[in-house]
Write a protein that binds this ligand. Structure first.
Ligand code: ZN
Length: 264
């Protein structure tokens, strides 16, 4: 029986310029791995060979090619469940999961609650379990994904859903964007002490070739402006940037997202 409170080990492999493919070790058999968002098969296959492990399942958060492009190549080495959201653009999916459901991988001792998080794409989902959140391109450390398909109201509600998770939750997102996100976060809130301190931590990690991830939700609640669109300080900064009063958190989110899109 999968116990959501059992901690999990998660490895990373890199893909393309800044993608992470997360490899979750089964608590009952650490050489059986679950790949999250394998945009490229090659680095996953290399890690499977290096560690004499096998692939047990694939989890997909959304349809973008840099998150699903490696699925076909991985399936050439053996059929495994491919679990993702209801979206025709994910052709190789074998199991569909939606918001409010629990995705159980009983033989691996794993289970994840599915959260619907529309905004970056309309069918985007996140996987939460074992104090870990796999947020794809919805929530990044110190930032969030671009709003390609949803509205500010939808995406802000999605981020509200994620910020309500337990603060000890470890955040595993799809890209290494933390340093650039912190530059923007500090443009919004120049005196945010937690963001200033974390900038130093990230600089040291990145200089040593280490990922800045996983982050923790408790930290994100302090450094990530997109998780605090109801905070008067964030609202005031976004309003000052657009030069007009903003009515409510969704409007603040929309202004903040547009500001980030044009931020150098
Ligand atoms: Zn994406």
């Amino acid at each position: 029986m999968a116990n959501l409170t059992v901690p999990i080990n998660v490895r990373h492999v890199r893909a393309f310029t800044d993608n992470y493919i997360w490899l979750i070790e089964s608590p009952s058999a650490p050489d059986r791995l679950v790949a999250v968002d394998p945009g490229d098969a090659a680095p996953v296959l290399e890690e499977l060979r290096r560690s004499a492990s096998s692939l047990a399942a694939i989890l997909l958060t959304h349809h973008h090619p840099d998150h699903i492009g490696g699925v076909a190549g991985l399936l050439e080495h053996g059929a495994v469940p491919v679990i993702g959201p209801d979206d025709a653009r994910i052709a190789l999916r074998t199991q569909t999961v939606g918001g409010g459901e629990r995705c159980k991988l009983a033989d691996l001792g794993l289970a994840f609650d599915i959260l619907a998080v529309p905004g970056h794409t309309l069918s985007h989902i996140a996987f939460w379990g074992h104090d870990a959140l796999f947020s794809g391109d919805t929530l990044f450390s110190a930032g969030c994904g671009r709003m390609f398909e949803g509205t500010p109201l939808q995406m802000n509600a999605s981020l509200d859903r994620l910020r309500a998770l337990p603060p000890q939750t470890r955040l595993f997102c799809g890209h290494e964007y933390t340093a650039a996100n912190l530059r923007f976060a500090l443009a919004v809130e120049p005196d945010n002490a937690a963001a200033l301190e974390h900038r130093g931590v990230v600089e040291r990690l990145r200089a040593g070739g280490m990922p800045s991830l996983p982050s923790r939700l408790a930290l994100e609640l302090r450094i990530n402006p997109f998780l605090r669109c109801d905070d008067p300080k964030i609202s005031a900064a976004a309003s000052a940037h657009v030069g007009t009063a903003l009515d409510g958190p969704a409007a603040v989110f929309g202004a903040l997202r547009a500001w980030k899109d044009s931020f150098q």
